[in-house]
Design a protein around this ligand. Structure first.
Ligand code: AMP
Ligand code: ZN
Length: 466
């Protein structure tokens, strides 16, 4: 498999640290609010990548953290007259509801930063011992200049970064680009005991520490949204590699923004749609289709029209599923004959095309095209004359290719029953209106689908016959 490594800015062959395994860390949400579908894009993208690794036979240890202590969390707790821990508990619960709603697989571990404070303190102490960090009045800063290679992720020299940072000169720091590892407590803030007095961890150190603790000193893939590359990921590399002397992550992956009117969807710009709201009107398959219809490194401009067109596309895909599900119930032949076996084999080209596209840096857009091609072929070649076995195998293949995308796993069966009930009601109405031609037509159409209506004293019943 090939993936684009943000660190080298090249597509590279994926070579895991341990054959057959992927150790992957994705920066998760700060849990002070419902997440929006911009965050959702990043979660869906890396969920898909994880699922695809699993599809290709890898065992994936997938860690996605919750940032449950920072300025925004403290502000929210003050606004709501509650504690930071309560805000965290609440929005972690809400995260799971929405992530489950979007069919995002649960991570192997979802660590909360506040559960790792002692490990973070140990990490920072290690950096101080090695001369990579210093304390000033209860704060601890990373001594950036001492770390060779600072700027290697964003490809900027330390001098450029220094001149960029000069605007925010902070007297306490040795250098404007030094960043906080530990923050001394301010009045009203939650705090933990540490060798530097009461305080709390900085954001960057949390991820470095949790990745090391849960996945090891060197991991395969570290990922997050594009906005995290600098300074968050750059700082993570500096802290981790300064402490261990080892490469922190072999591959860095960044997903592009979901935009609105060509601006990043974000809470601060107030141009967001929460996942919760989106899920009220659109199915998870539709939202995932929208996100995965573009390559993950290409920005995607969100609009209502785009969502509606994703809905229409997903309907086309599910029509094929419904068609096969109906055929499975209705066809007369059981087993495939030789010709059908050959036909089924011919469908392998779509699986191969799909794999080729996904193996090439997770090109979900082209992989979806391969699924459409498969469906077109199935629609024009599988029909009431086909065998049940062929219909089942074709449906299995659609579901197989939908699996890594987290799509196309639902049955349309429930909706078939609803459809029949609806048609029966329509027929009753037609009879009341003395429109017997329409009533008969509805009955005959259903009969053609092997559904027989029976008028009983208790009302209309239906049954399926073969
Ligand atoms: P946050 O809760 O803001 O830390 O964000 C959680 C994740 O969502 C991070 O990986 C961000 O990079 C990502 N993210 C935030 N906004 C967007 C957006 N508009 N498009 C894609 N990813 C985003
Ligand atoms: Zn992080």
């Amino acid at each position: 498999m090939i993936l684009y490594n943000s660190l080298t800015r090249k597509k590279e062959e994926f070579v895991p640290l341990t054959p057959g395994e992927v150790k992957m860390y994705v920066c998760g949400p700060t849990v002070y609010n419902y997440f929006h579908i911009g965050n959702g894009r990043t979660f869906i993208v890396f969920d898909t990548i994880r699922r695809y690794f699993e599809y290709r036979g890898y065992k994936v240890n997938f860690v996605q953290n919750f940032t449950d202590i920072d300025d925004k969390m403290i502000k929210k707790a003050n606004e709501e007259g509650t504690t930071v821990a309560c805000v965290g508990d609440k929005y972690i619960d809400e995260y799971y509801k929405d992530a489950d709603g979007l069919n995002i697989k649960r991570a192997s571990t979802n660590p909360r930063a506040t559960e790792f404070v002692q490990d973070i303190i140990d990490f920072i102490s290690g950096l101080i011992e090695k001369g990579y960090a210093y304390e000033v009045a209860g704060d601890v800063y990373f001594r950036t200049k001492k770390f060779d290679g600072y700027g290697k992720l964003i490809k900027q020299s330390i001098e450029d970064l220094q001149s960029g940072a000069r605007i925010n000169i902070d007297e306490r720091k040795e250098d404007p680009i030094d960043f906080a590892l530990w923050k001394a407590q301010k009045p009203g803030e939650p705090a933990w005991e540490s060798p530097w007095g009461l305080g709390r961890p900085g954001w960057h150190i949390e991820c470095s520490c949790m990745a090391k603790k849960l996945l090891g000193e060197t991991i395969d893939i570290h990922a997050g949204g594009m906005d995290l590359a600098f300074p968050h990921h750059e700082n993570e590399i500096a802290q981790s590699e300064a402490l261990t002397g080892k490469t922190f992550a072999n591959y860095w992956m960044h997903s592009a923004y979901l935009n609105v009117n060509n601006e990043k969807m974000s809470k601060s710009l107030n141009n967001f749609l929460t996942a919760r709201e989106a899920l009220k009107n659109y199915d998870a398959d539709v939202i995932r289709f929208l996100m995965l219809s573009a390559h993950y490194r290409v920005q995607l401009n969100f609009s209502g029209e785009l969502l509606d067109s994703a809905k229409a596309s997903v309907e086309r895909l599910y029509n094929a599923v419904a068609n096969l599900e109906n055929l499975i119930d209705e066809v007369k032949k059981d087993k495939m004959d030789e010709k059908e076996e050959e036909y089924l084999k011919s469908l392998d080209v779509y699986r191969q095309k799909y794999i080729d596209k996904m193996d090439d840096d997770f090109n979900t857009a082209d992989a979806i095209t391969a699924i459409f091609d498969l469906i077109r072929d199935i629609n024009s070649n599988i029909n009431i004359e086909s065998s049940k076995e062929l219909c089942e195998k074709a449906l299995e293949l659609i579901r197989e290719l939908g699996g890594p995308l987290g799509m196309l796993q639902k049955s349309t069966k429930g909706s078939l029953e609803e459809e029949i009930e609806r048609l029966i009601e329509e027929r009753q109405q037609a009879r009341k209106d003395r429109n017997f031609a329409l009533a008969d037509k509805i009955r005959d159409d259903l009969k053609a689908r092997n559904i027989i209506l029976e008028d009983t004293p208790q009302g209309v019943r239906w049954k399926k016959v073969n």
